[in-house]
Design a protein around this ligand. Sequence first.
Ligand code: FAD
Length: 265
Amino acid sequence: MGLKLIVLIKQVPDIAKVRFDVEKGRIDRSSAEAEINPFDLNALEAAVQVKEKVGGIVTAISMGPPQAVTSLKDAIARGADEAILLEDKVFAGADTWATSYTLSCAIRKVGDFDLIFCGEKTVDGDTGQVGAEVAEQLGIPHIYYVSKINDISQDKIKVMSEVDESSYLLESDFPLLVSVTKDVNKPRLPTLRDKLKAMKAEIKVWHANDLSDVINLANVGYFGSPTTVHKVVIPKEKERQGKTFKDVPGGVNFVLDALEAKKLI
Ligand SMILES: Cc1cc2nc3c(=O)[nH]c(=O)nc-3n(C[C@H](O)[C@H](O)[C@H](O)COP(=O)(O)OP(=O)(O)OC[C@H]3O[C@@H](n4cnc5c(N)ncnc54)[C@H](O)[C@@H]3O)c2cc1C
């Protein structure tokens, strides 16, 4: 039998290198290489470990541009059995609500599922909203910030969830959406053989018309998004204010005065 497992994967730019297009209020995705959102690697590893323990099939789903196929191939190399890319011009410019709506429609189209895994947040959008919104759109429960999977069987999962410095041991039956933190596992590295196998894997690409039986196109992309970016402000980095003293007593007295002024001594 086994479980039907879905993993939500977003392709993100390498956040250490990416630049921001202030005028357009968008990330300039051409300025850095793309990779799987790091938290989604943990989500994928969690799904693959569940499959290895109780059996099942792992389907990775991503909404993104055509080049997101490379991240889905990477997901196959890391243990996903199949992958679907939701790619269409009408999906572009989506806010989190339109993103989660589109993802939930695709999950409906996949049909039967037991567990959906996602990352707690992305390193680019960083809202941490999409997972919970997908669960709401599908009308299923979700458990967020899961740091440990304590137990899993064909019909139940027991997890540790960390919220506001408290730990909760929670149990749920299926269907369920789980968002994971980085503590949940250490994602495996694909072997060369896995990578070669993944290169040949077929990634299904679903365009808007492939979802026509489950989607209302008025709710997708830029025009289906209830929020708009009004203005983007990049905070200025604070520069260190150095002061040079040529004599030791002058420097020491300055530090003492500064500490006294702040009532630290
Ligand atoms: C008004 C507005 C306009 C925007 N316009 C654009 C735009 O033009 N172009 C653009 O690229 N972005 C745009 N964005 C950003 C876009 O909405 C977010 O990137 C997207 O909704 C995901 O949100 P997030 O990155 O905060 O994900 P989070 O909520 O932080 O992600 C949580 C988890 O959800 C899953 N997830 C998130 N996104 C996806 C996805 N796409 N596919 C599969 N799984 C996913 C992952 O598992 C992830 O770890 C816009 C946002 C707003 C508010």
